[in-house]
Design a protein around this ligand. Structure first.
Ligand code: GMT
Length: 381
């Protein structure tokens, strides 16, 4: 198939899922065209895989910057580029990740190309529904674009149900969960890199996100500071975003800055995740929690908030802890219990990988996307 993919190229779960999906599809022989305003950051790592890279193309959307525009019309430029690429490369379908504004642009591109048929798939990721979509100014158009898409998927049952309830949508929404490449995401052998991160043999606690307020970075730091009083440990922070400056201030204020590593926007997160002892995800909301899945695949037990789709991913007591959001005391208790019992934590991590492998490996999930596409195309190719 020839598949167009649009996503946010920035550091965030939906962009990661879209990029990994594109790379997996290309590895399975499909031709993939990314259409966005910048190169999705995980595509940068493709240099080392020329056999996949030659089936992937990137088309940049340029937005005219004219003094009249306070807000350059990206959605329109994107629609034009989508139609252009679809026509020129004879795309079979367009798959957009994150509803706003991508599904609206796709709808316009589809209308521009008529009577040629260009099926559109929209994948809902989370904040496009739970936060952004509920702004009254966005809700009607998001709802419209979801209704108009030829196929709609959501990354968890939780998100599917919220979308139906809050947006009063009755059309089918297929749940196709986030996935992880179980070959790439594995436990890493302790060695030079672990010694760099933990030179005195400290325990390693990790967090990975786009540092937005919903991720509760201050709770990550507070839990770490409390653990640090009891045990030699270091905190590895991967990612960047609006809460970064505040996080740097907080670690100084709490006197733990020597033991907190801000790694910034890491592309190959598995190389670091696979060395860590514990992963923290204390978000106020997660529709799925891709970062938690990536940690689980690396045999890292996860402590997360008992919210949204995280309940579909983590089995408390088996492969991690689920605690009420913002309950820093409960998170610290769980962290200390696990870090003081390394054998128990190790077994939990191993069970986490078994669960990730059984339910969320790309080898299981990508064929579901392919089947979804095939069903939509329904012999029209
Ligand atoms: O987590 C973020 O803030 C980024 C956001 C995105 O769309 O880029 O992530 C959402 O999509 C991810 C991939 O499907 C999910 O794993 C995250 O749980 C979801 N984030 C939230 O619901 C807050």
């Amino acid at each position: 198939m020839k598949i167009g993919i649009t996503c946010y190229p920035t550091y965030g779960g939906s962009g990661v899922v879209a990029t990994e999906l594109g790379m997996e599809l290309a590895a399975r022989g499909h031709e993939v065209h990314f259409i966005s305003y910048a190169l999705p950051f995980r595509l940068a790592g493709l240099d080392g895989s020329p056999e996949i890279a030659h089936r992937i193309r990137y088309h940049e959307v340029e937005v005219l910057d004219y003094p009249l525009f306070d807000h350059p019309p990206y959605a329109l430029a994107l629609a034009t580029k989508m139609a252009e690429v679809a026509e020129h490369y004879a795309l079979d379908l367009l798959h957009v990740h994150y509803a706003i504004p991508h599904s609206v642009s796709a709808y316009l591109a589809q209308a521009m190309l008529a009577p040629r048929r260009l099926p559109v798939v929209t994948t809902l990721h989370g904040t496009d529904i739970t936060l952004v979509g509920q702004d009254r100014s966005f809700l009607p158009i998001t709802r419209f674009a979801i209704e108009q898409s030829d196929g709609v998927t959501a990354v968890s049952n939780y998100l599917m149900e919220v979308t139906r309830r809050e947006f009063k949508i009755s059309r089918p929404i297929e749940v196709i969960t986030n996935f992880v490449n179980c070959d790439r995401y594995q436990r890493a052998a302790d060695g030079e890199r672990r010694r760099e991160l933990a030179p005195k043999g400290e325990l390693l606690i990790a967090h990975l996100s786009n540092f937005r307020p919903v991720k509760r970075i201050p709770d990550v730091i507070e839990v770490f500071a409390r653990v640090r009083r009891e045990l030699p440990a270091r905190l590895v922070l991967m990612g960047d975003g609006p809460e970064r400056a505040n996080a740097e201030y907080l670690v100084r204020e709490k006197g733990v800055s020597d033991d907190v590593l801000f790694l910034g926007k890491v592309a190959a997160v598995e190389e670091t995740l696979g060395l860590c002892d514990l992963f923290l995800l204390p978000s106020d909301l997660e529709s799925f929690g891709l970062a938690a899945l990536e940690a689980m695949a690396c045999e890292v037990p996860v402590i997360a908030s008992d919210v949204g789709g995280l309940r579909e991913l983590i089995r408390p007591g088996e492969d991690g802890c689920l605690v009420p959001a913002r309950d820093v005391a409960a998170m610290t208790r769980c962290a200390l219990e696990l870090l003081r019992e390394p054998e128990r934590a190790r077994q939990m991590g191993q069970r986490a990988r078994v669960s990730a492998r059984a339910r969320f490996c790309s080898t299981l999930v990508i064929p579901r996307y392919e089947a979804f596409y095939e069903k939509l195309l329904g012999g029209s190719r």
